[in-house]
Design a protein around this ligand. Structure first.
Ligand code: SF4
Length: 262
């Protein structure tokens, strides 16, 4: 009689065969992985792909990013949203360039802008640390599987592949609003197969376009100020909240001319 397939074999086998070929999955360089993880915080993969290679070409390591001009860093981040992430990434690289890479997730987490998930992702992918990287996607998949919390599921010695596989399953199959159980490699081992209550998607007409968001205006402001163009042509009722938020985050200084980069 054939051996029953384990959750680990099913998911890791599927990941090996079907994962998306993303540039940060082809490297174990901690800097390149850290850049990707920070860019991917609240920004879609497709948008990150338009910036990632150019960023690494311009600043190939922590030492180069550490000494980059702040205005250049902000300008290169335009379109990725939440500009403070770029500045915290640079602050972290300044510390790493001076002190070297922390050896594990606990040390990484002490750097600016690096939380438990990012620290675990970098530590497992770059340093081979045995630690589960748990973001909202991974937590959701684990809950639906009903076979234990993410840290218990992570197989010994396979954390890097396992973390990638769980993220890939959550991003492409077991999605928040659409669990594609019919195409799922672990459906026969899942407690929720075919029974996931999905939160309704907002009607198309009520979903906010990126161009209508405050993030878009903030990006326009940073791009225009970085290029020395003054403030962008945006309706005052949209411009003012963006300026107030950027000033609050320490990214710009309001002055008589309107604003300048901090
Ligand atoms: S069977 Fe469905 S609910 Fe279970 S992990 Fe797969 S996609 Fe998610």
């Amino acid at each position: 009689m054939a051996e029953p397939v384990t959750l680990h074999d099913a998911l890791l086998g599927w990941y090996r065969a079907a994962h998306r070929d993303l540039p940060w999955r082809r490297t174990t360089d901690p800097y390149a992985i850290l850049v990707s993880e920070v860019m991917l915080q609240q920004t879609q993969v497709s948008r990150v792909l338009t910036r990632y290679d150019a960023w690494l070409e311009r600043w190939p390591g922590e030492a180069e990013l550490a000494v980059a001009r702040r205005s250049d860093v902000l300008a290169a981040w335009v379109g990725l949203g939440y500009n403070s992430r770029a500045l915290r990434l640079q602050q972290a690289c300044k510390i790493i360039a001076r002190d070297g890479w922390p050896p594990d997730a606990a040390g990484l987490q002490r750097l600016p802008g690096i939380g438990p998930y990012t620290a675990a992702a970098v530590a497992s992918f770059a340093f081979g640390q045995q630690i589960a990287a748990v973001d909202t996607n991974v937590r959701r998949v684990a809950e639906r599987l009903g076979r234990g919390v993410p840290h218990e599921l992570c197989p010994e010695g396979r954390a890097a592949d396992w973390n990638q596989a769980m993220m890939e399953l959550g991003a492409t199959v077991c999605r928040a609003r659409e669990a594609r159980c019919g195409a799922c490699p672990v459906a026969s081992l899942c407690a929720s197969r075919g029974r996931v209550a999905l939160s309704p998607r907002a009607p198309a007409g009520t979903r906010e376009r990126f161009e209508d968001s405050n993030r878009w205006v903030r990006g326009r402001v940073i791009a225009a100020l970085s290029a020395g163009e003054g403030l962008p042509q945006v309706a005052p009722e949209r411009l003012e909240p963006a300026l107030a938020g950027l000033a609050r985050d320490g990214l710009i200084v309001r002055d008589t001319a309107g604003a300048r980069l901090a």
